[in-house]
Ligand binder design. Structure first.
Ligand code: UGA
Length: 470
C-alpha cells in the first residue's frame, strides 16, 4: 500500500521504516530542513538500535523516501501523523503541530484519505481532527480519522513495532478498520523478513484490538500512566525497605510472581524520565481535571518521581558531607540505556543540582553526551567510565548501560580518590564491587561495605570484648 508518515522523530521514523520493511511503499516527511536533508543523505538524526540498517535496506529497494510534507500528503491513501505533542507549561499537550498537519491535509489533499493519529494525544483529539478537516477542506476531500496509539519503547522501537503484543486502533467506520487491518496484516500474521533476528523464531500473533476513537486515545495515556504508577509504587517500597532494612529486589521478585502484578516495571531507581512518562502522566492529570475528575493518584505518582533525584543526592551528602569542590563521576546521561535521548532524564536534574552545590562533575555516556552537552555544557565530558572516575570521590550510576557491567574494577579502584559507588539503577553485582574494596550504595537495598570495613568492625568488636574480659 502507498502510505505516508508525517514527522520523522523516533516514532515517525520507526513507523515509516517498519511499514516499508513489511512491504508497503512509504513516504516520510519532516518539516525541519536540516533533519530532512540528513535523512535524504542517509545520515541518521537519532540513535535507535537497528533503525539505521532497516532504513538503509528499505531505501535501497525504493520502498522508503523522505521529502516535504506536501509530497507526503499527496502520496498515501493513509497518512500517519507522528508529529510532536510537547507539554505546555500548564501540563496540557501542545497540539499545534497536529493542527497544522490537519490544515495542510485539508487544503492539499483530494479524494479519500485515512488520517491516522499516532502521536500521543488527549482523548477527543480525533473529534477535533474531523472538525478541522471538514472546515478547511478545499478540494472535495473525503476522509476517515483513526487513532492508532504507539507502544514503542525507545531503544527497542523496531522490535516493538514488528513484534508487538497488541495493535490498538480506534475507528468510527468499517472502511477505516479494513484499511488499518490491511496495513498491519503482515505484522498481525508475523509474515515479513525480520531485520533484527536472522533466524527470527515464529512469534505469537499480536492481538488486534479495534475500539472507538476516544477509547483508543485513552488506552495510550492510561497505559503509560499505569506503568509510571508501578515505578513510583516500587520506588516508595524501596524507601520503606531502606527504612526497615529489607531488600527491594526480593520484595519486587515476590510481588512479581503474582501474575496479576507481573515482574515488569518493578525496578526501583532514580526515577522515570524520557519524553513519554513525565509528560503523559502530566497530560493525563490535566485531561481528567478538565473532565471533572480529580486523578489525585497520578499527582502522587508525579510527586514521588520528582523526589527521586533529591533522595539520591541526600545519600551522596550523607557520605561526602560537603559537596562543594568535590569531584563526582556521573555514569550514564540518557534517560535509559540504548538511546541517546536525555529529555526529562533524571541525569539532567541530578547534574544541575550537583553543580548548584559546587561539585565538579565528570560524566560519561556511550551515546547521549552530544545531546546532554546542549542542556549541561559546563561539565567535563569523558571518553570512557575510567576517565570520568579519575580522582572522583564518588561514582554515581544513573543509566544502566551494559558497558558498566564489564569494567576493570581494579583499574577503577586505582583511578578514584575514594571507593564509593551510588548505583541509581541497582545494576551492579554488590559482592563483586565489594571484593574490589568499594563501598556500594544502591536503591532499597542495604549498603554493601568492603571486606576491610567488615574486618575493622569485627576487630573493634574483639577489642571491646578483650577489654571487657580484662
Ligand atoms: C514508554 C512506554 O514503555 C512505551 O510503551 C510507550 O510507547 C512510550 O513510553 C511512548 O509513550 O512513546 P519509553 O519512554 O521509551 O517507553 O521507556 P520505558 O522503557 O518505558 O522507560 C521509561 C522510564 O521508566 C525510564 O526512565 C526507565 O529508566 C524508567 N523505568 C522503567 C524504571 O525506573 N523502572 C522500571 O521498572 C522500568
Amino acid at each position: 500500500m502507498k502510505l505516508s508518515v508525517i514527522g520523522a522523530g523516533y516514532v515517525g521514523l520507526t513507523t515509516a521504516a517498519c511499514l516499508a520493511q513489511v512491504g508497503h511503499d512509504v513516504f516520510c516527511s519532516e518539516s525541519d530542513a536540516e533533519k530532512l536533508s540528513k535523512l535524504q543523505n542517509g545520515v541518521m538524526p537519532l540513535f535507535e538500535p537497528h533503525l539505521e540498517d532497516v532504513i538503509e535496506s528499505v531505501r535501497k529497494v525504493g520502498r522508503l523516501r523522505f521529502g516535504p510534507t506536501e509530497e507526503a500528503i499527496a502520496w498515501g491513501e493513509a497518512i500517519f501523523i507522528c508529529v510532536g505533542t510537547p507539554p505546555l507549561p500548564n501540563g496540557d499537550a501542545d497540539l499545534s503541530a497536529i493542527e497544522g498537519v490537519a490544515r495542510a491535509i485539508a487544503k492539499r489533499a483530494s479524494g479519500y484519505r485515512l488520517v491516522i493519529e499516532k502521536s500521543t494525544v488527549p482523548v477527543q483529539t480525533g473529534g477535533q481532527l474531523q472538525k478541522h478537516l471538514s472546515v478547511h477542506s478545499k478540494n472535495g476531500l473525503s476522509y476517515d480519522v483513526a487513532s492508532n496509539p504507539e507502544f514503542l519503547r525507545e531503544g527497542s522501537s523496531v522490535e516493538d513495532f514488528l513484534h508487538p503484543d497488541r495493535i490498538v486502533i480506534g475507528v468510527d467506520s468499517p472502511r477505516a478498520e479494513d484499511l488499518l487491518r490491511q496495513i498491519y496484516e503482515p505484522i498481525i500474521q508475523q509474515k515479513f523478513t525480520c531485520p533484527i533476528h536472522l533466524d527470527c523464531p515464529k512469534r505469537r500473533e499480536p492481538i488486534f484490538l479495534a475500539t472507538d476513537t476516544n477509547s483508543a486515545e485513552l488506552i495510550k495515556h492510561a497505559s503509560n500512566s499505569f506503568l509510571a504508577m508501578k515505578i513510583s509504587f516500587i520506588n516508595m517500597v524501596a524507601n520503606l525497605c531502606e527504612a526497615v532494612g529489607a531488600d527491594v529486589a526480593e520484595v519486587a521478585k515476590g510481588m512479581g510472581l503474582d501474575p496479576r502484578i507481573g515482574p515488569a516495571f518493578l525496578n526501583p531507581g532514580i526515577g522515570f524520565g524520557g519524553f513519554c512518562f513525565p509528560k503523559d502522566v502530566q497530560a493525563f492529570i490535566r485531561i481528567a481535571e478538565k473532565s471533572g475528575c480529580d486523578f489525585s493518584l497520578l499527582k502522587e505518582v508525579e510527586k514521588i518521581n520528582q523526589n527521586r533525584v533529591g533522595r539520591f543526592i541526600e545519600k551522596l551528602r550523607a557520605e561526602l558531607w560537603v559537596l562543594r569542590g568535590k569531584k563526582v563521576a556521573v555514569w550514564g546521561l540518557a534517560f535509559k540505556p540504548n538511546t541517546d535521548d536525555v529529555r526529562f532524564a533524571p541525569s539532567i536534574t541530578l547534574v544541575k543540582s550537583l553543580l548548584e552545590e559546587g561539585a565538579i562533575v565528570s560524566a560519561y555516556d556511550p551515546e547521549a553526551m552530544e545531546k546532554a552537552r546542549i542542556e549541561i555544557p559546563s561539565i567535563n565530558y569523558c571518553a570512557d567510565p575510567y576517565q570520568a572516575a579519575q580522582g572522583a570521590e564518588a561514582i554515581l550510576i544513573v543509566t544502566e548501560w551494559d558497558e558498566f557491567l564489564h569494567l576493570d574494577w581494579h583499574r577503577l579502584g586505582m583511578a578514584v580518590e575514594r571507593s564509593l559507588i551510588l548505583d541509581g539503577r541497582n545494576m551492579l553485582d554488590a559482592s563483586e564491587i565489594k571484593s574490589h574494596g568499594f563501598h556500594y550504595f544502591s536503591v532499597g537495598r542495604p549498603p554493601v561495605l568492603p571486606a576491610q570495613s567488615v574486618c575493622a568492625a569485627s576487630e573493634v568488636a574483639s577489642l571491646v570484648d578483650a577489654e571487657r574480659r580484662s
